[in-house]
Every structure is written in structure tokens, then in C-alpha cells.
Design a protein around this ligand. Sequence first.
Ligand code: ADP
Length: 475
Amino acid sequence: MLINGEWTEARSGLSFEVLNPATGESIGSVADGGAEDALLAITAAHDAFKTWSKTTAYERSAVLYRAWEIMTSRADELAHLMTVEQGKPLKASKAEVKYASDFLLWFAEEAKRVVGEWLPSQRPDQRFLSVKVPVGVVAAITPWNYPISMLTRKIGPALAAGCTVVLKPAEATPLCAKATFDVLTDAGLPDGVINMVTTSNPAPVGDIFTSDPRVAKLTFTGSTAVGRVLAAKAASNLQRVSVELGGHAPFIVFPDADPVHAAKGAAALKFLNAGQACISPNRLYVPSSLADLFQETLCSRVERLQTGNGLHDGVGVGPLINEVAVAKVETQVEDARNKGAGIPVGGMRLVNGEHSNGHFYAPTVLTDVKPEMSIYREETFGPVAPVITYEDPEQVIEMANDTNYGLAAYVYTKEIGVAMRAFEGLRFGIIGINDVNPTSASVPFGGMGDSGIGREGGHEGISEYLETKTGGFAI
Ligand code: ADP
């Protein structure tokens, strides 16, 4: 754990092992912190806020810029660590490290774009000024699926705004968090500006983060269930809250689209990170006129995907994070099978040979998926592509919107009018039009409904860490 500039053990002296999900081997151990440690981390962040919040935007920008340079220079070692700890193929880890570093650069720039306003008064002897100030100590809780970029997406703007941070990373990926903190401290952050409490038991640390009055803001990325509980606790303490939660993305192929192109897009997108992404498509809507060609192309792509240890050449799909994750996918697929879904590819765990000690599930295509199947409504977080055939393109937007989630949606069409109507009609925060990667550090990321509150990245990303102060000056 990093508390006030020092790497320390837990006060309890306990630690826990970190396992490679592809091999089951231990790759290290970290401090198993608790409430006491969380309090010390908050004290450090609270003290450091007094000076960090007074630094100039240029100074904060310079530190973030250095952090970007350092992360870029360490990209290969960070990517290797990510693959070993989280499982995604090395190429995907490299892409994530690049995405993570993009937030450092973007917010190094945004730090200098925080401006106020000079506003009119009805009184000739009065002047109004409105400025932005950092909210204070930020508590961040992050997930394991993107174990470096989810940190920089929060810490980058928090630091740029002049806030200090206490982080609790996911228990599955504390080593990536430590390596990210090494980048930030090597960039010259003063002691106490960022602090990290690792733990195998998140609830007591979450309780301290959401109840300590010195914490001004909670930022969380993870499941809707946990986000809902934490947001409620934080709200009762009047902390500011941003929560990036689950999703259930529709992927709509319109009748005018090229089904082969769309199927290649679906195959590329669905199996990224073994489907463990909140913006992963969970319902592929294909018109019956295109279903055969779409499914044929999708299946042939999925059959060719190699599943294994992400360090090995040619592997396109890594392990799932743990046994619970595999069991959840298995339950959803069995439910779909029992209710009549076809399974032309996959549909089982991989347990032999190189898969025997890891958490592997075969890349899977489900056909004839129906609303009564649990996969139609529940987020999957696994390598399963559920295909739903539809008849009426007039109704497909309504079908796609029929979910409590509202994070990402994807559309394939060649018609600009169809694309625009879909963009306007879909109730989702991020929409890819013939585009399987509608994300970047430069654009807002976040969802509607049960997918969360707030936006990360883009111009809005920093405003989550700022509040407004108005001055009325009688002159
Ligand atoms: P996932 O299903 O992606 O693991 P979680 O919501 O369980 O999603 O985890 C996301 C983050 O939330 C992790 O850092 C995890 O440790 C943390 N977390 C889980 N339960 C709690 C809790 N009760 N209080 C605080 N943090 C929690």
C-alpha cells in the first residue's frame, strides 16, 4: 500500500496472494489492508490537499505530462504484467497501456483549460466572478478488467483538477495498480497526493471511503449492484458521486448493412478481453434476411479464435478472471441451451492441456436467443455472442432500448438516415456507428440508467472533480 509517500504493509500485518488467471500460479503478494489503513490514507490525502490544491495548473500539467512519458517508456513491461495478472492477450494489454497513458496526456492538457467566468451584475458597484475549484479528497474504487486505464481515467483528471486521491484497486489486480502508482510517483508527485489501500476484503474499506467526512467525492467503476450500494452510502454523506457500472450493449445490424462486414466487426468486438468489458455487445440483433450469412461469418471467425495464455503468440482470447466468472457464463449458456438456443460454436469450459489450471471458457456463439433467456437481460462478462433474429427494422430500436442499462450500443447500416435515427433513438451513452471502438481519452465515456452517473474522459472528465465558487465583489 502507498500511504503518504511510503510503501507499507497493512497495519494488521496480513497479506494476500495474486494469481495468474491463465495458470493458477501465484505471481506475488500484497498488503491486505483494512479500515485502519484506509483512515491513514485519507489523512494523508487530506493533509496533502492543502498544498497540492495550491499548485498552479502548469505544475500539475507538468507532472501528468512526465507520467505520460514514463508510462509510455514502460509500456512493454506494464503490458506484460497486465497479461500475467489479468489475462488479456499481450497485444490487448499494449493497447490498454496506450489508452491508459492517453488519459495522462489528455488531462495534462485539460489541467490548463479550467477557466472561470466574469458575469454581469444589475448593480454598477458589483462584480461577479465564478471560478472552478477542486472538490477535495477523491476516493476511487476500480475494477480488474481494465486494471491500468481505469486508474488513469480517474486519477488523471483528479490530479489535474488539484484533488488528492485514495485508491482501492480490485483485489484481482493490485500489482497493475502498484505499477501505475510507481509511474505517478516517479513523475514527481509529492507525498500524500496519491495513496493506495490494497485489500482482499473491499467492504470495510468502501465503508470508510463513503463515510469519512474528509472524502469529498467517490468515483467507482464496477458492477451495478456494488455501485448502487456505494453511491447510496456516499450520497448519505453528501459526497459527490460518479459511478461507471454495467452494460448490456445491443449490436444492431440493419437490413441494408453488409452482413459479412458486420459479423467481422461483431467477432472482433465481442471477444476483446474475453468479453469482460462493460461495453461488450450482449445482444446481436440481425434481420432474418441476413441471418444466415451473418451467422456463418461470425461462426467461422469465432472457430478460428485461439484461446489460451495471453503471453503466447496467436492467442486471441485469454482466460476469465476467476472461477466465479466461468461459472456465471456457464449458467447463462446452459439456461439459453435449455430454452432452445442453438450453439453452433463453443458452449463449454476448456479444461484440458494448457487450459487445465486456468479459468477458460470456449468462445461461443448462441443463435435463436429469446427474451426469456437470462442472457437476454443479464450482463455476461464472458466470450459469448448471443444472436437474436428480428423481422421489423421499425421495432429494433425499441427492442434494443428494452433494458435498464444504457452504456454502449452499436449500429451497422450504410444509410445515413438510418444511422442518424438510430443514434437519436438509442438511449445509450456511447454509440458506435459502423464502428467497434467508439472510445478515446478525448471523448466522454459513461452510461444512462443503471449504467451509471457521470462521464469520464473528454472535456467533461475533469469537471467531475471540480466545483463552482461564485464571488460577488462590492466595489
Ligand atoms: P466486478 O464484478 O467487476 O468484480 P465489483 O463491483 O464486484 O465488480 O468490483 C469492482 C470494484 O468494487 C472492485 O475494486 C471491488 O473490490 C470493489 N468492491 C466490491 N464490493 C465492494 C464493497 N462492498 N465495498 C467497496 N468496494 C467493493
